[in-house]
Design a protein around this ligand. Sequence first.
Ligand SMILES: C[S@@+](CC[C@H](N)C(=O)[O-])C[C@H]1O[C@@H](n2cnc3c(N)ncnc32)[C@H](O)[C@@H]1O
Length: 311
Amino acid sequence: MPDVSRDCSRSTPGAGWAPDAACAVTGTHLLAWRREQLAAGGESEALDWLLAMAAGLDWSTLQHLRIAPERSVSLPVSLDQLTVLWQRHLQFSEPLQYLLQRCSWRDLELVVAPGVLIPRPETELLVELAQALRADRPPTCWADLGTGSGCLAVALAGLWPTSEGLAVDCSDAALRQAARNLERCGRRSRVQLLQGSWWQPLHPWWGRLDLVVANPPYIPTAVWSSLEPVVRTHEPRLALDGGSDGLDALRLIVSGCRDALAPGGWLLLEHHHDQSRPVLDLLRGAGLEQVAAHPDLEGTLRFAVARAPVA
Ligand SMILES: C[S@@+](CC[C@H](N)C(=O)[O-])C[C@H]1O[C@@H](n2cnc3c(N)ncnc32)[C@H](O)[C@@H]1O
């Protein structure tokens, strides 16, 4: 049953960043401003994301203004302030999500800040997979390894309000941000946040975890070194770099799962686009059953699921 106890949807005001002043602009003025910003560089999708998140201007409003540019629209923020944000993004490759300290993810609006990975859209599918695996009944106890912003933990706590939730990260900044996101969404009391490396802080729950999700660092170091500056310079290496073949964290997680999972418990992993075969091999090698790969929305195998033997 989805949780509707507290609205933490996209309409909730974000934290940190605050608009300077409301202003009214005509479509003609706004569209000219948009063209001018794009002429300075950057991608139209990113600029439209900024308009949507900072000024509440969605795609259909922009379309209406294109059709009737003489109409005015009231913005909660000045175009000058939007220009400053866009220039910072262009000049220093700062992710817009960090500049606004907000990120939309599934039906949630989460707080994000430098030091913690910005949740990615593909990770949303881990929640759907988890929900499908436990469609018959909620897990008694679930865990999220490498919780980061807490995106997965917030979502799972919403799906299963009466289950015991555990979220692990070794990073202080991540755990603080996860706590903030759980708090904003009214789900803080459903999830214990634990600091440490992968399974280690879960020792007291070993053998009792019915479902564990993990989106660990899985990018091979050489690939990480060639990532765009917007990611490599600004997002934490700890969250991205998975070692020479990208599998360091995945190996550790799989190697500990037989002790930690309850009999019949599920492990769900996200991995790099070319890691499906080695990850499935790791899961089979660890003695797990019902090992299967799942695609992302583009059909690329990005997820692996497996189950601990029942007896
Ligand atoms: C790819 S990010 C995923 C964050 C979040 N779950 C998401 O999907 O957006 C990986 C996370 O694993 C954490 N991490 C890295 N090494 C770890 C370790 N040894 N033990 C626990 N967490 C770790 C990082 O701090 C980071 O938050």
